[in-house]
Design a protein around this ligand. Structure first.
Ligand code: 0O2
Ligand code: 0O2
Length: 211
C-alpha cells in the first residue's frame, strides 16, 4: 500500500505496525526471561509499546508540514517500543543485542544520554527496520526504539504530561525545575551504577576468597 493511499484505509495501513509492536514486545520480553532463567541480571527491566493513533499521526504531519508521500520517512515513530533498564550500562547492552540481531536492521541512532536534549531529556533512540510477514507478503516497518533507565523514564513521563498542559511553553521557574530534576535523575543513575559496581566487586571478592 502506498503511503499516499493511507487516508483511504487507516486500519489496513496501521496493521503491520501493530504486528511489529506485538512481535517486538514478545521478542524483547523473551530476552528478559532468558536472562532470568540463566540466573543473570537482566538488562531489560520492562518493555512497553504502542502504535500512534490516526489523530496523533495527522497532528504530527501538520505541525511538521509532512506531505502524505513523505509520511514513512517523516514520521518514524508510528510504531514505538520503549525498553526500561535498571542501569545506564544496561542500555548499551540492550543496544548491542539489537544491533547483533538478524531480524532487526538499525537505520539510525540518537544518543540523548551522551548528548541530552535542551529540555533535559535523556534516552537512547534507535530507528530500526523490522520485516513483518503478512498474508499478502513481507513488508518492512520502521520502528522507533527508546531505551532508558527507570529514572530517565520517570522524568520523561512527568515532563511529557506537563508538556500537554503547557504546550511546550513552560514558565521560566518550571523550566528551571525540570532541568534540575533531570540533573537529579542523572545523579541518581550515577549513584546506582556506583553502588552496582561496588556490589559486583564485593561479590567477586567473596566468591574468590580462599579461606
Ligand atoms: P508483567 O511483567 O506481568 O507486568 P498489551 O496489553 O499486550 O498491548 P502490555 O505489555 O500488557 O500490552 O502493556 P504495555 O502498556 O505495552 O506495557 C506495560 C508493561 O509494562 C506491563 O507489563 C507493565 O506491568 C509493565 N510496567 C509498567 N510500568 C512498570 C514499572 O514501573 N515497573 C515494571 N517492572 N514494569 C512496569 P506486562 O506485559 O503486563 O508484564
Ligand atoms: P510521543 O509519542 O507523544 O512520545 P527531531 O526532533 O526531529 O530531532 P524526532 O523525530 O522528534 O526528532 O525524534 P526524537 O526527538 O529522536 O524522538 C521523539 C520522541 O522522543 C518523542 O516522541 C518523545 O517520545 C521522545 N522525546 C524527545 N524529546 C523529548 C522531551 O524533551 N521530553 C519527553 N518527555 N520526551 C521526549 P513524540 O513525537 O514527541 O511523541
Amino acid at each position: 500500500m502506498l503511503a499516499e493511499d493511507f487516508i483511504e484505509n487507516w486500519d489496513l495501513f496501521l496493521a503491520p505496525y501493530h504486528q511489529a509492536v506485538d512481535e517486538l514486545k514478545l521478542k524483547l520480553k523473551t530476552i528478559r526471561s532468558e536472562y532470568r532463567i540463566n540466573g543473570k541480571h537482566t538488562p531489560i527491566e520492562f518493555v512497553t509499546g504502542r502504535v500512534k493513533t490516526k489523530e496523533s499521526i495527522l497532528e504530527k504531519m501538520e505541525i511538521r508540514h509532512i506531505e502524505p508521500e513523505d509520511l514513512l520517512i517523516g514520521v518514524q515513530d508510528i510504531a514505538g517500543i520503549r525498553i526500561m533498564c535498571q542501569f545506564v550500562e544496561d542500555i548499551y547492552i540492550v543496544a548491542e543485542l539489537i544491533k547483533e540481531r538478524q531480524d532487526m536492521k538499525v537505520l539510525l541512532i540518537r544518543d540523548y544520554i551522551k548528548n541530552h536534549k535542551e529540555s533535559g531529556y535523556r534516552s537512547y533512540h534507535m530507528v530500526i527496520e523490522y520485516p513483518v510477514h503478512r498474508a499478502d507478503g513481507m513488508t518492512k516497518v520502521i520502528v522507533e526504539v527508546q531505551i532508558r533507565t527507570l529514572a530517565m523514564n520517570f522524568w520523561a513521563t512527568i515532563e511529557h504530561s506537563l508538556n500537554y498542559k503547557y504546550s511546550g511553553m513552560y514558565p521560566e521557574h518550571i523550566l528551571m525545575r525540570l532541568q534540575r530534576a533531570s540533573e537529579a535523575a542523572f545523579q541518581l543513575d550515577e549513584e546506582m551504577s556506583e553502588i552496582r559496581s561496588e556490589i559486583r566487586e564485593a561479590t567477586y571478592y567473596f566468591e574468590n576468597r580462599h579461606d
